[in-house]
Design a binder for this molecule. Structure first.
Ligand SMILES: Nc1nc2c([nH]c(=O)n2[C@H]2C[C@H](O)[C@@H](COP(=O)(O)OP(=O)(O)OP(=O)(O)O)O2)c(=O)[nH]1
Length: 128
């Protein structure tokens, strides 16, 4: 299971550009990663947001559906997340971070598994 966080602030979502590995570098994603054995999904997301962005987050509802990834061995599940007061994400592992409004969601090349989840996100950001 791979979990991702759709961090939303003022109608914009945080999109993150992968720096590695080469096959996916330059593609955009939600911050997150693999759930470790024995870990619960929301704890994995809190850990990954701290590691990748240096921020503390509160995890909310599921967003969109589970998406089976390439080889079919793993599944991507995304949750809405909120930054705790005063937290500012930093690109500790990504090459770039951008806050995207509904009409900017298509301006970056998302990883393929993220596309249906981004579609589910659009109305939540105030887009049609
Ligand atoms: N974090 C994240 N990974 C995604 C998304 N969409 C998507 O296809 N993936 C894929 C890319 C990777 O193959 C896999 C997640 O791997 P990762 O490298 O981020 O996970 P991790 O931090 O636990 O990695 P590692 O410690 O094993 O290196 O899921 C997404 O929105 N967020």
């Amino acid at each position: 299971m791979v979990v991702g966080a759709a961090i939303i602030v003022d109608g914009r979502v945080l999109a993150c550009e992968r720096s590695a590995p080469p096959e996916v570098a330059g593609r955009w994603e939600f911050p997150g990663g693999k759930v470790e054995p024995g870990e619960i999904e929301t704890d994995a997301l809190i850990r990954e947001c701290a590691e990748e962005l240096g921020v503390r987050v509160e995890i909310g509802a599921r967003l969109g559906r589970d998406v089976r990834m390439a080889h079919g061995r793993s599944v991507l599940r995304v949750y809405v997340a909120r930054l705790l007061d005063g937290e500012q994400p930093k690109a500790l592992e990504h090459s770039e971070l951008r806050w995207l409004a509904a009409d900017e969601l298509d301006s970056v090349p998302w990883l393929p598994a993220d596309v249906p989840i981004v579609a589910a996100l659009r109305p939540r950001l105030g887009g049609s």
